[in-house]
Design a protein around this ligand. Structure first.
Ligand code: NAG
Ligand code: NAG
Ligand code: NAG
Length: 348
């Protein structure tokens, strides 16, 4: 009996550690995602929105990146008390430029914390204070393609098998349509409009022309136009807004664009989907081209062909924009400082 007991104790002494060792090494080897004991679980990234207005912060909640976009390990906070723990502090330029909020330059920065400057406006509308922000920010969050976190107003992706193809609205009653709320003779877009309307009819809506449209009427109106003037309200690198992504593409009119150079549109918009004002020697030639196209169903249809292979995705949602910071977080350079933010913003 004693002999068996000894054998039993011995085998326990040998087998149990063997089992534990094997089990541990096996699970580490084959199931790395379940071995919670090592440090491989990604850390949570904490984003702090510094003094955002209640209006801007509406609908933003701590776990929204996971709940809305399945982006894990991302927390979005608004309490000042989180400052020492925040990985990224996001300053919204509009709050800075209006003087509603000041940079907390007196606060010590925890090691590794990054300050992000966020704006979705064009350089003309970013205000004059940018010059004072040299050496303050580590990251830029903007629609620009070269920002650390690029949050364009839209983009396009391949159409997947089974995705419905948008109908091409062919019941067109107007040749060219435009919606404008700020109009000044000196704006280039106003000049182009004036010259164009001398050649072909242009139907104009918007506050300036005392013909405001209810938001729900905008896209149906545009769907009746062959062409939509997607003229940006100011010219800036990569500044291509919902006038292209929503008004034109979703409205179902071919966009005539005025904004950054044609290459910048080509980099982000579906192929053969727009007409750039700068491609013509004169506005008169542009007008004649539009008239010709409207009378030629085949050539006009070629500007809609992209819909068979691509779909556009407007991205106007502020929650989505913020969550991109977490997505990009692992690839941020270990050290980066914008020594001259104003120069970066104005660069073309
Ligand atoms: C991240 O946050 C979640 C939810 O609050 C928590 O369960 C998890 O333990 C945190 N992870 C780390 C590595 O701190
Ligand atoms: C719109 O209405 C205002 C006030 O009635 C007028 O001064 C202005 O000239 C109108 N604009 C246009 C483009 O007709
Ligand atoms: C962020 O910018 C500050 C101020 O210039 C600098 O001291 C800090 O090292 C930078 N941090 C990172 C992670 O780049």
């Amino acid at each position: 009996m004693k002999k068996y007991l000894l054998l039993c104790i011995l085998s326990i002494l040998v087998l149990v550690p063997l089992y534990v060792w094997l089990n541990g090494s096996l699970s580490r080897r084959w199931c790395p995602e379940v071995s919670l004991s090592d440090n491989s679980e990604p850390r949570n990234v904490t984003i702090l929105l510094w003094h955002w207005t209640a209006e801007r912060a509406r609908a933003i909640s701590q776990n929204m990146c996971w709940e809305r976009f399945n982006i894990p390990h991302c927390k979005v906070m608004m309490q000042d008390a989180m400052y020492m723990k925040a990985d990224v502090v996001v300053f919204h330029n509009l709050e800075l430029s209006t003087g509603r909020m000041k940079l907390p330059l007196d606060l010590p920065r925890p090691p590794g914390q990054r300050w992000a400057w966020m704006s979705i406006q064009s350089p003309d509308n970013n205000g004059r204070l940018l010059r004072e922000y040299g050496g303050v920010f580590n990251l830029t969050v903007s629609y620009r393609r070269d920002a650390d976190v690029s949050i364009p107003y839209g983009g396009f992706v391949p159409r997947e098998f089974g995705d419905p193809v948008d109908d091409i609205p062919m019941k067109k009653t107007d040749l060219v349509c435009w919606v404008v709320s700020h109009y000044k003779e000196s704006f280039r877009r106003s000049q182009v409009y004036k010259e164009l309307s001398a050649v072909i009819p242009v139907k104009v809506y918007g506050r300036w022309f005392n013909k405001t449209l209810a938001p729900n009427d905008l896209l149906p109106m545009i769907s009746h136009c062959y062409f939509y003037l997607a003229f940006e309200n100011s010219i800036g690198k990569d500044y291509i807004t919902e006038k292209l992504w929503i008004n034109s593409y979703q409205g179902g009119a071919v966009p005539v664009v005025l904004g950054p150079p044609v290459e910048e549109y080509e980099a982000v918009a579906p192929p053969h989907s727009f007409i750039h004002v700068d491609e013509f020697a004169s506005v008169k030639e542009l007008g004649e081209y539009l008239q010709e196209l409207a009378g030629d169903a085949k050539r006009y249809g070629e500007y809609m062909q992209w819909k068979r292979d691509w779909k556009v995705q407007p991205t106007i949602n502020k929650e989505w924009r913020l969550c991109q910071i977490c997505l990009r977080y692992p690839s941020f350079p270990p050290h980066k400082v914008y020594t001259d933010l104003a120069a970066w913003d104005k660069a073309t």
